[in-house]
Design a protein around this ligand. Sequence first.
Ligand code: HEC
Length: 188
Amino acid sequence: MKWTLGKEELAPRRRLIRCVPLAIAAIAVLTLLTACADAEEPVVTPLSAEEISGERLWERITDESDYTTWGFWPDHDGYQPGQAPHGPVHRIFVNRPLLSAVPLAERETPNGSVIVKENRSGDRTLNGYTVMAKVDGFAPATGDWFWVNYAVDGTIRAEGSVGGCISCHSGMRDNDYIIAYPLDRTVQ
Ligand code: HEC
């Protein structure tokens, strides 16, 4: 039995070995492209009252469950005209646990519901994000919502039980503090 290979015998093997990383790279690129083509909202465990923070929620809505893979309220998709203080144009993204739960006869959203609102100027320039996350036990007196106002780069402007957010959204307390969409609405 021969244990070493001559130069001529090695050459084709080297070529083959060089092809392997290329093939792996090609497969990786293809997988990535397919993943992007039908990016699906991943299933994630809701953040707990101990875990929740503006920083942690930012990770959740960008890395772990990119909010742009979420859906919109029925009949409220894409860019919509909005009101102060959120700016004249917005997009409201609603995560799957909430979107798949509507219509909600009791108008009570499930734990783990997250709504991301992009706040934009009239020319659609993004100015920041306002986010509501439902966290069991976080703030029972105000619907257990965790509120955050982020700058475009994720810098936190306000977080937690933010008085300003709550005072305005309290007008819709009987719709679980949600203004743009009646939770019990049935869409044909
Ligand atoms: C002066 C009133 C007011 C204040 C203060 C306010 N909002 Fe809103 N918010 C609204 C209105 C009105 C809407 C409905 C969409 C629209 O018209 O822009 C809304 C919509 C939202 C939505 C989409 C879900 C929904 O309720 O329809 C989120 C998320 C949100 N606001 C988060 C916040 C956060 C976080 C803060 C505090 C940093 C805040 N808001 C402060 C008035 C307010």
